[in-house]
Design a binder for this molecule. Sequence first.
Ligand code: NAD
Length: 494
Amino acid sequence: MNKPVSRFHMQSATALPSSIPVSVAWGDGIGPDIMDACLRIMLAAGAPLQVEPVEIGERVYQRGVSAGIEPAAWDSLRRTRLFFKAPITTPQGGGFKSLNVTVRKSLGLFANVRPCRAYTPFVESRHPRMDVVIIRENEEDLYAGIEHRQSEDVIQCLKLISRPGCERIARYAFEYARANGRSKVSCFTKDNIMKMTDGLFRKVFEEVAADYPDIRAEHMIVDIGAARLADTPEMFDVVLLPNLYGDILSDVAAQIAGSVGLAPSANIGAGFAMFEAIHGSAPDLAGKGVANPSGLLLAGAMMLQHAGRGDIARIITNAWLRTLEDGVVTADICAANGKAVGTEAFAGAVIERLGEGPRHLKPAVPAAPMDARALVLPRRPAPQTKKLVGIDVFVCSQESPEEIARRLQAASNPLYELALITNRGVKVWPGGLQETFCTDHWRCRFLALPDKQFNKAMIVELLRNLTHAGVDFIKTEHLYEFDGVPGFSMGQGQ
Ligand code: NAD
C-alpha cells in the first residue's frame, strides 16, 4: 500500500507545478464527447496535464468486474494520485457495485466538495444570488453499509461517526472557507435526536471553529437548515454536512441553483483526489455531439486549483463565464428563442475567449493555497478511562414486556440487574404504556448494581443463562463509561 503522501498544493509549496500527471477516464454515454472537449480547453489554456488514460465503467462491468474498475486503473491512480473522471453508466440489476463509492472508500476521499452557483440571467435560477459550497463528509455515517436483519420485523443499519473523521472534515471546511475567501461555515446535524453521533459531529465542529476566529460558524438542526437552504440559499456560504444529509442536500442545492448540468464535484483525500461533473452519462445524448461539457470543465478547473495551478483554473473559468454571457450555450441551457451550439463548438468558443473575463457575472478570483492541516489525520486525544458498566441484550420475542422481563430477571445475578426494556427506543418496562406499538425486537438493559463491578465474564455467564432459559438473544452491545460519562443513549421515555 502506498503511503498517502500528498502532492497537492499546500502552503509550503513554492514553484508552480510544470507537469500534472492525471489518470483520465472518458467514461460512458456522453463521457467521451465532454472529456475530449474539456481536455482541449484545458490544454489550450496551458494546463501541463500528463494524461494517463484509464478504462472504467460499462465495458469493465460487462467483463464481469463488479466494481467497474480494474487493477491497471488502480496502478495508474497510485502513480498520479489525481483522477479526472467522465460519467459512467451503471448497469441495472444486482451484483454491480457503485464505482464512486468504491473509489471514495478505497482512496480515503473523505471530503466531497460541490460548489452550487447561480448564473442569472444567463442560466435561469430562482435564486439569482445563490453561491453556496456544500462540503459533505464522504466516508462515515450510514454509508458504512453495515446492515443486519435481526428478527422477522426489524432490520438495522449502523451509523458510524468517528472523532477523527469529524475533525478532519470540519477542519477541511474551515480551511476551504479561508483559502477561498468565504466568510461563514454552517453545519447542519440532527443532534437533538441523535445526541451521540450527530452530537459528536456538532461538538467537534464547534471545537474546530474556535481555531478559525476569522470565519463565522453556525449550527442548525438539519431540517430547519435544509428548509432555509431551499428558501433563501443566499444566506449560506459554506455548508458542512455528515454523509447522508450531505448526499441529499448537495443535490437539492445544485437543483435550486438551476445549474445541475453545470455543477462540478471534487472528492478529496489526503493522498488522492477525484474530480467529475455531478450529472450522469446521459445515454439519450450519447454520440450526438450536443452535450454540455461545463460541469466537467468546472471540475477540471477545481482539479487544476487543487494541483497548484489556480492561475490556469481562473483563466478557464473566466473564459467559460464570458462564453455564457456571450450567449454561446449548449441545448440543455439554451433559452427557447436562443440558438444552441454543439459540444465541440462550445469548447471552441471557450478557447477563443481564453484570457477574457465576464462583464456581468462575478469572475473567478485567486484562491490561496490550502493549509496542509486541511488534509492530515488529526492527533488522537488523550486516552480516557473506559469502564464496562453493563450490557444491552437485544432479544427477539413475541411475548409481552412483562413476560420477557420475568424470564430475563430469572437469568440475572446478584451483581447486576435488568434495568430497562425498550422497543424501537421507547421504554416499555418497567412502567410502559399499553398503547405503545411493539415489534418483535427488544433492547434489554442489564446494569451493574451500585458499587458492584461488571465484567466480561458476567456477560458470558448471562448469555449462557439466557440460552438455557430459551431466550432468543440476537445481538449485544457493551455499555461503557468513558471518564465516568455514559457512552450509550438512554432511550426515549426516560
Ligand atoms: P443523467 O444526469 O445522465 O441525465 C439526466 C438528464 O439530464 C437527461 O435528460 C440528460 O440528457 C440530461 N443531461 C445530463 N448531463 C447532461 C449534459 N452534460 N448535457 C446535456 N444534458 C445533460 O442522469 P440519469 O439519466 O439518471 O443517469 C444516466 C446514467 O448515468 C445511469 O447509468 C446512472 O447510473 C449514471 N450516473 C453516473 C454518474 C457518475 O458517473 N458520476 C452520476 C449520475 C448518474
